[in-house]
Design a binder for this molecule. Structure first.
Ligand SMILES: [Zn+2]
Length: 382
């Protein structure tokens, strides 16, 4: 135990440590880790996460005492290696984890990547969009996209962005109500803004987001797949869980590497099983301490669309990416794209885009404008 928790007095087990250090179990860091101290909870929690970021973990291997190179089983269920926090605000973290060499059967310890200092949390807001793509040239396809927009850590920046966004709404629509793209983009004739008015507004929101680019991050993940003949709740869920899950893992990995823990807010829907599994099952893997760099991550919060303007930004990004992909598919395959507002994605500035190779591996590019040539190489969409 002394080796497992460096600098901590020797405790025979984690439960002992929790008691001896008098940890405050209402502290969210401890509250996230505590349920797993109960054997029953651990036993009953299923680990159903089926993917890990291959481009980050795939190249890691560890030498066993007999010199064999071991690639750990990143997704096997195992007791979690999550941090606890002392009353003084100090993180207690596992220093090592045991794995077994599949060649010689030797158990040995590997070092866990514990980043410090911990700079606290950054808030991220997520929203989704879907499009059916039927160009008549190919089998019908389905596009799933998910975006995350962060809130500036600095309160002054947060207020300034908020005021400017309200200013844009008032300028274009004369009111500051919550904007939902679905209504904005698909308003019936004579009922909402014209496509030109909506385009002008979305464009200026994109400029606003771009002008805060050193204060906030924008991430997007998109998957386009052939629509299976059977495409009901279960198929849709599987598709979503891959796109959303890989994006969330990418956000966790990228931010914790810089010492920040992402705190996620998602719009409340009845289809959030993927997220719950990612954040409970995922914690019971060796992937988790590596992806989180030993920092605590709060379980996601499911909120109403009105909860924050950052959900509106995420909605706009997802809507614009999905429309751009559908429209490009139509145009490149000789069909007219449906009428509607347009956004040139370059106006969003730097975005971390994620796409998928044909075998399902996630690839990511941080760039201005959509990386068509990378994500759709060899297709008419590139
Ligand atoms: Zn070995």
């Amino acid at each position: 135990m002394a080796d497992e928790y460096p600098e901590v007095p020797v405790f025979p087990n984690v439960i002992e440590m929790v008691r001896e250090l008098g940890l405050d179990m209402r502290d969210w860091v401890n509250a996230e880790s505590a349920p797993f101290l109960r054997r029953r909870f651990y036993d009953q929690t299923e680990q159903r996460v089926v993917y890990y970021p291959e481009h980050i973990l795939g190249s890691l291997s560890f030498a066993c005492p007999n010199g064999h190179a071991v690639s750990p089983s990143w997704l096997d269920k195992r007791p979690p290696a999550q941090p606890f926090r002392s009353r003084e605000g100090k993180l207690w973290r596992l220093g090592t984890a045991g794995i077994m060499c599949p060649v010689c059967g030797t158990n040995f310890d590997i070092e866990l990547p514990n980043i410090s200092p911990w700079l606290g949390e950054v808030l991220l807001y997520g929203d989704e969009a879907f499009r059916d793509i039927d160009t008549g040239h190919d089998r019908p396809r389905h596009c799933v996209t998910y975006s995350l927009v962060s809130r500036p850590v600095n309160e002054e920046d947060d207020c300034r962005l908020n005021e400017q966004f309200i200013g844009l709404k008032k300028k274009h629509f004369g009111r500051a109500d919550k904007i939902h793209c679905k209504e904005l983009f698909h308003a019936r004739i004579g009922e909402g803004p014209t496509p030109e008015q909506a385009s002008a507004f979305i464009g200026e929101v994109a400029d606003l987001i771009a002008s805060f680019k050193d204060k906030i991050v924008v991430l997007n993940s998109t998957s386009v797949t052939y629509k299976p003949t059977q495409f009901k709740k279960r198929e849709i869920e599987a598709c979503k869980s891959q796109v959303f899950g890989t994006l969330i893992l990418m956000a966790i990995e990228g931010l914790t590497k810089q010492g920040r823990s992402p705190r996620f807010f998602f719009e409340r829907t009845d289809a959030d099983g993927w997220a719950k599994n990612l954040f409970t099952g995922g914690r019971l893997t060796l992937m988790w301490p590596f992806i989180t760099h030993g920092l605590p991550i709060r379980s996601p919060e499911f909120v109403l669309p009105t909860h924050s303007m950052y959900l509106e930004f995420a909605d706009i990004v997802s809507f614009a990416v999905a429309d751009n992909i559908r429209n490009r598919a139509m145009e490149r395959e000789g069909k007219a794209a449906p009428p509607g507002p347009r956004l040139d994605l370059e106006r969003l500035g730097l975005v971390q885009y994620q796409g998928y190779t044909e075998n399902g591996d996630a690839i990511s590019r941080t760039c201005v404008g959509y990386p068509w040539d990378t994500f759709f190489a060899g297709t008419p969409w590139a």
